[in-house]
Design a protein around this ligand. Structure first.
Ligand code: C5P
Length: 459
């Protein structure tokens, strides 16, 4: 039961905020501006809100952004001021007090770290987020905030932003959207295994028969591409010895597996286990995964997440939204894009050059692939992937749970960008930011000192 997920004082607060959010949406007649993030969790969050608002006959507009910058919030503020002037003039002399020009803003997968800026711009808002909060309260002037951190629930492990959006959707009875919540949580790597509110959402989706089952299977069976491509493109497990097509084909042939086969069963799976063990027995540990079979035009939750991720990372977030919404042509298109994207990553991986600082490693890469590559390489030391974007560098920093338990906090590290006129934030284990081009070297030195400080007592 949902009520068991909250300690008593928090349950009262939780019930109050979801009721207020539900009423705020129901009672709003004007435009609703949704602002969401371009990763898989952000796209599924956006799709959940779109489905909810469509079913409630609401007018909405969606913007998908990579970061909720101060400039962007200021732009929203300007637009909002103009709308308010128009509505005041229109309602003058009229008995109709229903302010149809006022705008309601829904921020998903972002907003909690920017509340002061949203307040400053007087945006009538709902924030549905799981990142750390600037103000840890459910109601701040005209902002309603639903965020697990307020209820002392871990937003990096127990619920993602799409899960938070689902908590609102279920108040309307839209349990089918649990499918998207689970997909978003997989995107944020919260499924190893699902715990807390994620587990509650998974169970609810299964009870209501929108999630059709959990299938223990080899990861490569999630996709509808050849086993050769699946191994080449898959980074969990990341088999560094198999990142060239010929190597994979040779190995599969040696173990009597048809390299063009799409789905491996029975004997093939056993042969694959033997083949991978011959390289390193540890690879077998990551070979089997829980596949979430969902009511969606892409039936595999894991694959759907990958498609969304590829769309977001390749600047085609709108395709991601339509894919999340279930459009068959978009799913086909997203599969093509994902294929190309994975080819690019494999290529980038094969030519990547690591630079070393005392306490972390970094590399320069291409936009859209650096975060993923940094995540793959973050084994014993934190990694930063850097790419040039107009007049700044975008940085993705990644650690792992071991490094975090030894003191690593990449949120603090990426916040250093602010000292140089950049911006940054995220989670202890995965954080991002940007920095003006001329300040990169200095930032890297500062980051090196801070990471050294964080890890000094435990390494
Ligand atoms: O951009 P990247 O994928 O490296 O971001 C890693 C994490 O950091 C994501 O969860 C993202 O939302 C978060 N982030 C943030 N503030 C920023 C940049 C990234 O919260 N300025």
């Amino acid at each position: 039961m949902l009520t068991n997920m909250f300690k008593e004082e928090n349950l009262i607060k939780y019930k109050s905020v979801v009721e207020k959010i539900t009423n705020k949406i129901k009672n709003h007649d004007g435009l609703i501006r949704i602002i969401t993030h371009n990763d898989a969790d952000g796209l599924t969050s956006g799709a959940i809100i779109i489905k909810l608002l469509t079913r409630q006959n609401k007018k909405f507009h969606l913007s998908i952004v990579e970061q909720l910058s101060e400039d962007f919030i200021n732009e929203l503020g300007k637009e909002n001021t103009i709308n308010n002037i128009i509505s005041k003039n229109e309602s003058k002399g009229s008995d109709d007090h229903n302010n149809s020009n006022s705008v309601l803003y829904i921020f998903s997968d972002m907003g909690s770290g920017q509340i002061n800026k949203i307040l400053e711009n007087n945006l009538n808002s709902i924030i549905l987020d799981h990142h750390p909060t600037e103000i840890n309260d459910i109601e701040i002037e005209n902002i309603l905030q639903l965020n697990p951190h307020i209820f002392k629930i871990d937003g990096s492990n127990e619920i993602s932003a799409s899960g938070v959006c689902y908590l609102v959707a279920r108040e309307f009875g839209y349990y089918d959207l649990s499918v998207l919540a689970i997909t978003g949580a997989i995107g944020d790597m919260q499924h190893l295994p699902f715990i807390g509110l994620n587990k509650f959402i998974l169970n609810e989706g299964m009870e209501k028969q929108h999630i059709n089952g959990i299938l223990r299977d080899i990861i490569y069976n999630c996709y509808d591409i050849s086993i050769t491509d699946s191994i080449l493109f898959s980074f969990n497990p990341y088999i560094k010895e198999l990142k060239k097509r010929e190597q994979i084909i040779n190995l599969l042939n040696k173990y009597n597996i048809d390299p063009n086969k799409i789905y491996l069963d029975g004997e093939d799976k056993k042969n694959l286990e033997k083949a991978l063990s011959s390289i390193n027995p540890n690879y077998i540990n990551e070979l089997y995964v829980d596949r979430y079979i969902i009511n969606h035009n892409e039936k595999d939750g894991h694959y759907l997440m990958e498609l969304l991720n590829a769309c977001g990372k390749n600047g085609n977030a709108q395709l991601g939204i339509c894919t999340a919404l279930g459009d068959e042509n978009c799913i086909k298109e997203a599969k093509k894009l994902n294929y190309e994207y994975k080819l690019n990553i494999v290529e980038a991986l094969n030519k990547l050059k690591l630079n070393h600082k005392d306490n972390f490693d970094y590399f320069f890469g291409e936009k859209g692939t650096t975060g993923l590559l940094a995540g793959l390489l973050a084994k014993d030391r934190p990694i930063m992937g850097i790419n040039k974007d107009e007049n700044y560098y975008k940085i993705s920093s990644r650690g792992n749970h071991n490094l975090v338990s030894n003191g690593l906090n990449l949120t603090e590290v990426m916040k250093l960008t602010e000292l140089f006129g950049g911006s940054g934030g995220g989670h202890s284990v995965a954080s991002g930011g940007k920095i003006p081009i001329e300040s990169l070297e200095e930032f890297l030195d500062w980051a090196d000192d801070l990471i050294g400080e964080q890890l000094k007592n435990n390494m």
